[in-house]
Design a protein around this ligand. Structure first.
Ligand SMILES: [Ca+2]
Length: 242
């Protein structure tokens, strides 16, 4: 004899148990969604750009030739090489970008690049770089964020010594940066509520990887961007991709 009423009660009890379990999962999923939304509101913007070091010796990285042997002060051409690799089908070496910029390989002018040289170098690869400074429109967070939202990194001129003084993330190389008080071109590839992410070409050898998406607190980066490096007339300058 089957106790129909007993079986029905048992099934109903199990259904209630399953309903409770589903309700718990729904609550959990809702909590996860809230957490995800909160994270998304951090305004993280990143663009994917290959990294190049200004100290690269002739080699292949991910199947692409890299070489930055021709000059010492080639942080500018290194940033240009990254922009070109990120936004075009060209994969020039840093040395080739230096040549395109018209930067001498030795003697006077071989230790730095200026705005006009970087604009000239970009044109060789079909890109238009536009100078930004307080004389027109300063290169600030608002402009950097706008360009990142367009999928374009920006080349910023920072006072490297100021950044070194305030960077808490790489204390073992702060002294190296402190000794360098000049201007330095870096590529801004991302930003969020706390930090700016830069491809800093001044990383070599075993530390090369640390130059990739180097995370710098916003206030530290802002101070380095605002500071007037020797040889520069104003802070907040750099180049954006048109
Ligand atoms: Ca070099």
């Amino acid at each position: 004899m089957i106790d129909i009423a007993g079986v029905v009660a048992s099934v109903q009890e199990r259904i209630e148990t399953i309903r409770d379990a589903i309700a718990s999962i729904e609550v959990m999923m809702e909590a996860l969604q809230i957490a995800d939304d909160a994270h998304a509101s951090d305004l993280t913007m990143l663009v994917s750009v290959p990294y190049r070091s200004q100290w690269d010796t002739p080699a292949f990285v991910d199947g692409v030739a890299v070489d930055a042997d021709a000059r010492r002060g080639d942080c500018g051409p290194a940033c240009l090489a990254m922009v070109v690799a990120g936004l075009t089908d060209y994969r020039p070496t840093v040395d080739e970008c230096g040549d395109a910029c018209g930067q001498p390989r030795s003697g006077a002018g071989s230790h730095y690049t200026n705005h006009a040289q970087l604009r000239k170098g970009a044109r060789a690869y079909g890109l238009t770089l536009v100078t930004r400074s307080p004389y027109s429109t300063p290169l600030d967070f608002a402009l950097i964020e706008q360009k990142l939202s367009e999928g374009k990194p920006s080349i910023a001129l920072i006072h490297y010594g100021v950044l070194g003084d305030r960077c808490a993330l790489y204390p073992d190389i702060v002294k190296n940066q402190d000794r360098y008080r000049g201007g330095h071109w870096v590529l801004v590839v991302g930003i969020d509520t706390d930090c700016v992410y830069i491809h800093d070409p001044d990383f070599a050898g075993s530390r090369r990887g640390d130059g990739f998406m180097r995370r710098v607190y916003r206030d530290a980066f802002d101070a380095a961007l605002a500071a007037v490096a020797p040889g520069c007339t104003r802070g907040y300058q750099g180049l954006i991709v048109a």
